[in-house]
Design a protein around this ligand. Sequence first.
Ligand code: PNS
Length: 194
Amino acid sequence: MYYRGEVTIAVCPGSFDPLTLGHLDIVRRARSLFDEVVLGVARNSSKSALLSAEQRVEIARAALDASPGLEDVRVAIVPGLLVDFCREVGAVAVVKGLRGGADFDAELPMALMNRHLVGVETVFVPGDPALAHVASSLVKDVARFGGPVDDLVPAGVGDLVRQALADRAAGSTPAAEQTRQAQQATPTTEGTGR
Ligand code: PNS
């Protein structure tokens, strides 16, 4: 992919619930390929977020600021469709990391749908094999049962996850509160499967 004389912008989208060292690895690889990278904190309608979108943005911003070479990566909330966000920021590609075949199976339909919608291409980047076991869902699961996760996520994120899990166990989280307010504002019958 070479756009003569033009700045190439890529979007690294995800739920980032929470951001992990695996995500940072992919952002770093994306940054080595494109002039500009935007990390897009998006909503995956098949998942229920533990952390609010604002928390996920703050985590990403702090982690990128603390990662030499990634300070210029922008962070933004994807308010709706990823393809609309890509158009708004002028992205020529979406970058997604692959840990293995299961990731590819999950990602390919989304990549094809995004191409169908607006023609944006998805670049799949193999992640660091040393981080192949690192997934946000597993980080939450290990933390939920008191296991150590601080070496899988950027500094301070383990504490935020443990706090959010404790809040959820007590009946309230920023993400749950956000969902509750959104549901009050706009009643919906939207399904959660995919
Ligand atoms: O980290 P994830 O959950 O695997 O990322 C999936 C995500 C959030 C990138 C995807 O669900 C997404 O693009 N959501 C934004 C809404 C959208 O565009 N949905 C259609 C995807 S084809």
